[in-house]
Ligand binder design. Structure first.
Ligand code: MLT
Length: 306
């Protein structure tokens, strides 16, 4: 009977599915790398979220492993190259948390436009800071969506529902799909020049790394807002800090950082900067979805090879 290790905190529904499908399952979140290396040889399947990092050393020790399943979208915590070289399939769940992550981006957009966290802090400190905040109305403003795939397209739909205009930069977006979505497909330079707010929804790859570089940020409109709920490394954090300090960027709201956990980031304490700790996919609904989906996919693969 194939044996699966759940090495991150996943909804209990995942373990149930493995058992119901006749697989043996151990749930051991929070293992150190050494502990994982010691036991990984016993398993045919490994299910992770983002805390567990099956790197080349773990994969070298994984003598029976056939599949690594990521309950979520990004597989940047997994050494996919080492796994593939060893014939280990790496799979993810590209749809299970897309709505939830898109909703977080919209929440961050509103939080940035109205400075809700700072207003909350001041109010609860007894300051009644009514005169300290003057927000931006989102209706009729232009949202620039960088990456208009599963998550970006949901953000675009929500923004259109808020009566924003949406321009999208995505080399993979067809004109037909853009028309269906009601967005205008543009080049990056046009997006930078036109957007009142920019939101990122691409994976971190060699092509997207630093896509919002210092140079790109200089080409944005004065007062632009920047939202990043995708991956740290898409945006030059030092350039965003400089833009917030100078007032060129009116607000930024980031859920992701170049280094995570982000304990001491250059952006912390910058004016009109809002941070959340990689909460994009953190809803009960999304975590249930990704846990169910990854368990079914791993079970399918181990039991039928499909
Ligand atoms: C993902 O890649 O699915 C998200 O970033 C969520 C996460 O890692 O928790």
């Amino acid at each position: 009977m194939p044996k699966v290790l759940i090495a991150d905190k996943l909804s209990p529904a995942a373990a149930e599915i493995f058992k119901n499908r006749g697989l043996e399952v151990d749930v051991k979140p929070g293992l150190t790398k050494e502990e994982l290396i010691d036991i990984i040889g016993d398993y045919d399947g490994l299910a992770v979220r983002s805390a567990c990092k099956p790197d080349a050393d773990v994969i070298a020790a994984a003598t029976n492993l056939k599949v690594i399943g990521r309950a979520g979208i990004g597989v940047d915590n997994i050494d996919v190259k080492a796994a593939t070289a060893k014939g280990i399939v790496v799979m993810n769940t590209p749809f299970g948390n897309a709505i939830t992550t898109a909703e977080h981006a919209i929440a961050m957009l509103f939080a940035a436009a109205r400075q809700i966290p700072a207003a909350d802090r001041g109010t609860q400190a007894g300051e009644w800071p009514k005169k300290a905040f003057m927000g931006t109305e989102l209706t009729a403003k232009t949202l620039g969506v960088i990456g208009c795939g599963n998550i970006g397209s949901i953000v675009a739909e929500r923004a259109l529902g808020l009566k924003m205009k949406v321009v999208a930069y995505d080399p993979f977006l067809t004109e037909e799909r853009a028309t269906d979505l009601g967005v205008q497909k543009v080049e990056l330079e046009q997006l930078l020049a036109r957007a009142d707010a920019i939101t990122l929804h691409t994976p971190l790859t060699a092509a997207t790394k630093n896509i919002l570089s210092a140079d790109a940020i200089q080409k944005t409109k004065k007062g632009v807002m920047i939202i990043n709920c995708a991956r740290g490394g898409l945006v030059d954090e030092a350039a965003v800090r400089a833009g917030l300090d100078s007032g060129h960027i009116s607000a930024a709201a980031f859920d992701v950082f170049v280094e995570e956990p982000a304990k001491d980031n250059i952006l912390f304490g910058a004016p009109n900067f809002i941070a959340t700790p990689h909460l994009g996919a953190a809803t009960t609904e999304a975590q249930e979805n990704v846990a169910l989906q990854i368990a079914e996919q791993i079970a399918d693969y181990l039991l039928t090879g499909a």
